[in-house]
Design a protein around this ligand. Structure first.
Ligand code: FE2
Length: 232
């Protein structure tokens, strides 16, 4: 790895911020560049004081916001924070188009990496939960939104979406090193930050090698629709 690339990937520190709003409990993440003191936020929602406290504790300057998808529990504070900090907000081009989400600070991408807060941001488009969901790979950390949880994967509205989710998970399996740490949008039992190789102990969705079986299981009847996790 050359010196410039190492500087963009070797100084990344992650702080998980657990926030709640209504029936939702979400993980927001502060991604700090320890070299420069600049930071990115992933999916900020609801608890403004939690975000402010985390920025202050890290002595960090907010330089950008990354959105994994456009569901309300992942975008709630994006516009407010972007306006106050004068920073951009990123979402995949496909997600912006399919959701209609639009704010002044919004920037879109396909799959090209870019540099933000002095860190290399590598997006992976992972459709399934939504048409343009994205994961963000920064240093040794992968922020997965509602695509991949430690113990499961996000809801898919129909069999076409579940088929896309299967392909997205197969793609992650093919490209991610086992040591990459996984930071999902919601936590259930295990904490965020487990390595990808450890997820294979907990996550049945990683074990499928047949799309029909995956779809049938993801859309199986009897899943609790009234629980907050079912809407995430
Ligand atoms: Fe979601």
């Amino acid at each position: 790895m050359n010196q410039h690339l190492a500087a963009l990937t070797d100084n990344v520190a992650v702080t998980a911020l657990k926030v709640s709003g209504g029936r939702f409990i979400n993980n927001n993440y502060l991604v700090l560049n320890r070299r420069t003191g600049q930071a990115l936020l992933v999916d900020p929602a609801w608890e403004r004081e939690t975000v402010d406290s985390a920025l202050k504790a890290a002595n960090a300057q907010l330089a950008g916001i990354l959105l994994t998808h456009a569901h309300a529990d992942h975008i709630d504070l994006a516009d407010t924070l972007a306006n106050e900090h004068g920073c951009p907000v990123w979402i995949s081009r496909r997600e912006a188009a399919s959701s209609g989400f639009s704010i002044a600070a919004l920037r879109t991408f396909d799959e090209q990496p870019w540099e933000a807060a002095g860190m290399l941001v590598r997006p992976i488009i992972t459709p399934g939960h939504t048409p343009g969901s994205a994961c963000y790979w920064i240093g040794n950390h992968l922020f997965t939104g509602d695509t991949l949880f430690i113990e499961g994967c996000g809801l898919c509205p129909d069999s076409d979406a579940a088929s896309r989710m299967y392909s997205s998970i197969q793609r992650l399996k093919a490209m991610l090193p086992g040591k990459v740490q996984i930071y999902p949008g919601h936590s259930y039992v295990q904490p965020p930050g487990l390595t990808f190789e450890r997820l294979f102990r907990y996550n049945v969705y990683l074990s499928f090698d047949n799309v029909e079986a995956f779809i049938k299981f993801r859309l199986r009847p009897g899943q609790a629709k009234s629980r907050w996790m079912a809407f995430s």
